[in-house]
Design a protein around this ligand. Sequence first.
Ligand code: B12
Ligand code: SF4
Ligand code: SF4
Length: 375
Amino acid sequence: MDPRREALRRRLAELGFDDMRVAQVGPVSPAPLRDWLAAGRHADMAWMERTAEKRLDPGLVLPGARSVIMLGVNYWPGVLRQDGPVWARYALHEDYHDTMKPALVAAGRVLEELYGVTGEDYRYYVDTGPVLERGWAAKAGLGFAGKNAMLISRRHGNWLFLASILTRLELAPDAPVRRQQSGFADPGLLCGKCTRCLDACPTQAFAAPGVVDSRRCISYLTIEHKGVIPREMRAGIGRHIYGCDVCLEVCPWNRFAQEGRRLLLAARFELPQLTLADLLALTPESFATIFRKTAIKRLKLAGLLRNACVVAGNSGGPDLLPALVRLAEHPLPVVRAHAVWAVRRLAGERATRMLNDARNSEADAAVMMEYQGEA
Ligand code: B12
Ligand code: SF4
Ligand code: SF4
């Protein structure tokens, strides 16, 4: 093996990346992404549609790209109790988008040093770039495609953030995981007869093995979706305040997962200690202080209050009613809508009286709808 490759692997591990594999850039079968978009499974994520051509052709992202270096960072936090509102585990760290960027800058410098390339010869991304990260990671053998749509590593289970460096360098490709030749073309090939993730999804979001319909996915509804959450989806959200790990948690491949080194991810394990009452009482100031360095800041206070109202409606008790009634008069309609729904769910017939003042001053048509029909 080229000694530079070993040096690259070692230096990237020192930077905090837990795995590194290389895929050769080649044609990407367009059907899975195109079919997914055509069926509307990206919901309101219009950016997925806008960037589709680039996702299917790395040459449009970096002309002359020959290799993709796929990187994984293990974020398994170990066993965590979440008795109240439940957070996706990835959110219980400082925002990985922010913490991985400096490490990727450093990784680029390592490439320059070892291979004599310049900054023009590579481009790095984590999550937000127009790259089909799971497909390339599968092709590079970083893991394989599970029926839960996740890239599953045999070393880390599915608790792996992905990042990519597209480069014009011709690097020797690594082999995909045995029996899986084309990345995500065959999701679930290494799952055998297991269907645990498909069965466990609380909102039946899998349109097929490996294919998530975002419109039904709690992760989408609580993180990416900006407006009112469709009423029929709210009960299925249960106690999920931000994101969802159900289809990840049940996967038996996680038995090999070891707690992450956290070189790139400072833990924020205090978040599960926040009660629903704490969340419903958040102010712009307390929100900024608590969530400043986390991915949750992107949701903004209104989004988190919206989610907290849904969780309260699903799992709260009468003690939360005063806070919810107050939120029914919040300045933002999206918060009012979900607060009204939660009060009606928790208070039953008493809701009409409790919401009287809020209803009398309501001018927003969407919020008015929440006073009607079944909660
Ligand atoms: C949009 C998006 C979402 C959407 C849609 C999810 C989905 N399943 O597509 C929503 C908001 C629902 C979501 C949720 C989550 N997400 Co997300 N998401 C993305 C994002 C930005 C794009 C994914 C995408 O392109 N989807 C479209 C579908 C059609 O593509 P796909 O699933 O990747 O697989 C297709 C292609 O790879 C293609 N294909 C087939 N063969 C081949 C071969 C080759 C060579 C290539 C290139 C492609 C290819 O066909 C596949 C199947 O249709 C990626 C980051 C990125 N830039 O890739 C993160 C990403 C997939 N998400 C991630 C995470 C962690 C999550 C959550 C766990 C977060 C949470 N706890 O709430 C959940 C998990 C839900 C699930 N089971 O998928 C991680 C996954 C890490 C991993 N180990 O797999 C990623 C990679 C972000 C990151 N950088 O770490 N996500
Ligand atoms: S993240 Fe949750 S809602 Fe989305 S597909 Fe997985 S189990 Fe279903
Ligand atoms: S839970 Fe079972 S079916 Fe789902 S990804 Fe894991 S092994 Fe595959």
